[in-house]
Design a protein around this ligand. Structure first.
Ligand code: 8YV
Length: 323
C-alpha cells in the first residue's frame, strides 16, 4: 500500500515536517510560503492527501476541498481551537475526523483578553504613541485618563476553557464576575471565581467589562449587534478574542464613534485580515492582529498537538483532540 500522504498548508512554528518524518511519514507536502495558500493551489496540492494540517487561514475547508483531496482523506487537523473554517458537519458525513488544539490556546488567549481589557481601559496605545512622539510635555493631572478596573463587574460570554481562564485572572482585580453560557459551568461558579450565571441581556446591562469567548456558530454570529450594544453601560469596555463575526463590526464602530460605548479591545475581526476602516481611525478601539495564541511556547505546543492529532488518526488511534 502506498504511503499515507500528509499536506501541511503553511509552515508552522517548530518543525512539523521533522516530527512527521520521525513518526515514519515520508510522503509529505509542506507549503514553503508563510502566507495563506491560494485556493487553487490548495485544491491542487491536496489531491491524494490522507491528512491535511490546516490553519484558520484556510477557509473554507468544505466539500470542494474534500472532493479535491479524494475519498482516502481521513483527517483535517487544525492549528487552532476554533474550527469555524471547517465544514465539520460535511466532514462528519464523510467520516473525516476534524481535530483541534484547545489546550495550548487557553492561557495565552486569556492573557491577550486581559491585555486588551487593560489596554482599552487605560488607553495604552495613546499613551505609547505620546511617549514615543517627542511631544510629551510632562505628567498632567488630566492627561490620558482611563477607567478604574478594581472592584468592577466583569461579564464572561462563553464560559469554556478560555472564558474561565479570563475570569480566573480577575481575582487580583477583586471583580464581581457574571457569566453567560448555554450550560452551567461549575468551574467558573466555584471558589475562587464565584461567578454568577445570568441571561445575556441582564449581564450586558450590569457589566463594566465584557469579554467574548463563544465559538462562531450560526447562533453566535452578530450576537453583539446594535440592540445589544445599546444595552451596555456608556462606560463599558468590550473585549473580543473569540471570532470577529460574533460582533456586528459596523454597529460596534458606530457605538464607539458616537460615545455610546466607552472602548473596545479587539484581537479578531469580521473579515480578517480586513479591519473595519472606521475602527482603525477610532482612538477608543484598541486593536491587535489576531495574536491570541502567539507565544513561542504555546505555538510550538500547538504544532506538536496538530501533528499528534493527525498521526493518531492515520494510525487508527483516538487523537488527543477530536472535535
Ligand atoms: C489561531 C485561534 O489558531 O486557536 C484559535 O482558534 O484563533 C488562534 O489560536 C492562531 O492565531 C493561528 O492562526
Amino acid at each position: 500500500m502506498p504511503e499515507k500522504r500528509i499536506v501541511i498548508t503553511r509552515p508552522l512554528p517548530g518543525d512539523a515536517v521533522a516530527m512527521l518524518r520521525e513518526a515514519g511519514f515520508e510522503n509529505l507536502w509542506c507549503s514553503e510560503a508563510d502566507e495563506p495558500l491560494p485556493r487553487d493551489r490548495l485544491l491542487e496540492v491536496i489531491g491524494g492527501a490522507h491528512a491535511i494540517i490546516a490553519n484558520p487561514g484556510d477557509k473554507p475547508i468544505d466539500a470542494e476541498v474534500f472532493d479535491a483531496a479524494g475519498e482516502q482523506l481521513e483527517v483535517v487537523s487544525n492549528f487552532a481551537v476554533g474550527v469555524d473554517n471547517i465544514d465539520v458537519e460535511e466532514a462528519k458525513r464523510r467520516g473525516i475526523t476534524v481535530c483541534n488544539t484547545p489546550t495550548p490556546v487557553t492561557e495565552p488567549t486569556a492573557d491577550i483578553a486581559w491585555l486588551l481589557l487593560l489596554g482599552a481601559a487605560r488607553r495604552a496605545h495613546e499613551a505609547q504613541r505620546l511617549a514615543r512622539s517627542g511631544e510629551w510635555t510632562g505628567i498632567g493631572p488630566s492627561m490620558l485618563l482611563g477607567r478604574r478596573i478594581v472592584g468592577k463587574t466583569l461579564l464572561i460570554v462563553g464560559a469554556g476553557r478560555i472564558g474561565t481562564a479570563v475570569a480566573r485572572r480577575s481575582i487580583g482585580w477583586e471583580m464581581k464576575v457574571l457569566y453567560r453560557d448555554v450550560q452551567r459551568s461549575e468551574a467558573i461558579e466555584q471558589a475562587p471565581i464565584n461567578a454568577q450565571r445570568v441571561e445575556l441581556e441582564e449581564g450586558l446591562k450590569e457589566a463594566d467589562f465584557i469579554s467574548l469567548h463563544t465559538p462562531l456558530l450560526p447562533e453566535t454570529r452578530h450576537l453583539i449587534n446594535a440592540d445589544r450594544l445599546a444595552l451596555m453601560k456608556e462606560t463599558a469596555v468590550l473585549v473580543n478574542t473569540s471570532r470577529g463575526p460574533v460582533i456586528d463590526e459596523a454597529a460596534l464602530a458606530e457605538a464607539l464613534r458616537s460615545g455610546r460605548l466607552a472602548a473596545a479591545g479587539l484581537d479578531v475581526y469580521e473579515r480578517e485580515p480586513e479591519i473595519h476602516p472606521e475602527l482603525i481611525g477610532l482612538e477608543n478601539a484598541f486593536l491587535m492582529p489576531h495574536i491570541g495564541s502567539a507565544t513561542i511556547e504555546d505555538r510550538a505546543w500547538m504544532t506538536q498537538l496538530t501533528v499528534d492529532n493527525a498521526i493518531a488518526v492515520l494510525n487508527g488511534e483516538d487523537p488527543p483532540h477530536a472535535v
